[in-house]
Every structure is written in C-alpha cells, then in structure tokens.
Design a protein around this ligand. Structure first.
Ligand code: ITT
Length: 202
C-alpha cells in the first residue's frame, strides 16, 4: 500500500519514515513524483494547514496522503512564532535566521520564563477523502544559545523537559520517542494499522 508524505521538509520526512515503519506500507515523498508545487499554507491553525497540505496533494495523485503541520509556541512571546514558525524571520524559511531572531527576542529573559512547547497535527486523507487527525506536544525551554547539529528548525535552541541537552543533540530515534511529531505519528500509525487490518480505507 502506498502512502504519500505531503512535505518538502527533509528533516520531517526522515522522522516520519522512521516512525511509520509498517511492513505493508510504501512511503512516498515529493522526490518520487519529480517534485510538486508547495500548497499555500493560508490556514489559521496547525490543523487547518495540515488539512490544506494533505487535501491538495491527495487531489493531485489520488493516493492516501499524510501531512504534518507543526510549530514552536513560546510562552514569553505569547505563543509566537507558532503557526508562523517556518517563516518567522522572512519568507525564505531560513532556520538559522529564525533561531537568531528568537534568541534575540529572548535575550536576558530568566530561565523560569523561557518555557515553550512544540505542537504538531498530523492529517491522513484516505482515497474516500475521509480524514483522520492526530496530535502531539513536547514541553521544554528555550536555550540561550544554539547547541547540536541534529534534527532541523529550532531543535538547537530547544531543551526538552527532563533533558540536559538540546533537541538537536538527540538521535532521530531518541527525538521521535519524546517529540510532538513522534507522539502524533505513533497515534496515526495505530490508525493506519487498524485500517490495513480491517482492509477498509487504505
Ligand atoms: P512542510 O510544510 O513542507 O511539511 P515546513 O517546514 O514548511 O514543511 P511547517 O509549515 O509545519 O513545515 O512549519 C513547521 C516549522 O516549525 C518548521 O519549519 C520548524 O521551523 C518548526 N518545527 C516544527 N517541528 C519542529 C521540530 O521537530 N524541530 C524543530 N523545529 C520544528
């Protein structure tokens, strides 16, 4: 069974493929289709944007399609960058510039007020156009400087709760165990396994 991952973020794609290892499932991404135009993320919530991405790519190929929309919510910044996480410092979606901007906004903020969380919505669109939606969150704090080179996006400046390192210092497997995306994907993996077992929908 083929499932299309509606993302162009390689960091995400790697994490999704690791989490959704189901023997009957062949995971495809944009490279398998010779690229596709990115859907405009014009929704007002993570869920709306995840639905836009999954429905757009589903309507192009007619295959079961999964999309992720995620973001970093910083309490001191009233939830920013939030839904604008990927393009916080400008339309080019440069992760280095996004982190520099966030670090500058958090300069001098004491550790007790640096709480933040990653949040993720995963949407699956079935051939019948029915949708399944799962969510996950990961609590933590914003570090004062970058540390580590793994993961993607804001990982070098995010310290997961209970850890003494940044998210970028964890392996893909270790990140998936605690991350917002890992939690949402494990719930979705169960949905997919049930659909395969009942031979309905996928
Ligand atoms: P696609 O839409 O093509 O999937 P994207 O990067 O544009 O890729 P989003 O619109 O969901 O994806 O934006 C999510 C942004 O939030 C992402 O670019 C990062 O800046 C940040 N982010 C989300 N999950 C993250 C994670 O696990 N680690 C670090 N940063 C993350």
């Amino acid at each position: 069974m083929r499932l299309v991952i509606a993302s162009k973020n390689m960091g995400k794609i790697i994490e999704i493929k690791k989490c959704l290892e189901v023997p009957e499932l062949m995971l495809l991404d944009y490279k398998d289709f010779g690229d596709w135009p990115e859907p405009a993320e014009i929704g007002e919530t993570l869920e709306e944007n995840a639905i836009i991405k999954a429905v757009t790519i589903h309507s192009q190929f007619g295959l079961p399609t999964l999309a992720d929309d995620s973001g970093l919510m910083v309490d001191y910044l009233n939830g920013r960058p939030g839904i604008k996480s990927s393009r916080y410092a400008g339309p080019d979606g440069d992760a280095e510039r996004n982190m520099e901007l966030l670090l500058s906004e958090m300069k001098g903020v004491p550790s007790a007020r640096r709480s933040a969380r990653f949040s993720c919505k995963v949407v699956l669109v079935l051939p019948t156009r029915e949708q399944r939606i799962t969510s996950g969150e990961c609590e933590g704090t914003i570090l004062c400087r970058k540390s580590g080179s793994g993961g993607f996006g804001y990982d070098p400046i995010f310290r997961p709760a209970g850890y003494d390192c940044s998210m970028a210092e964890l392996s893909v497997e270790a990140k998936n165990i605690i991350s917002h995306r890992g939690k949402a994907l494990r719930a979705m993996k169960k949905v997919i396994e049930d659909l395969i077992k009942s031979r309905s929908g996928l």
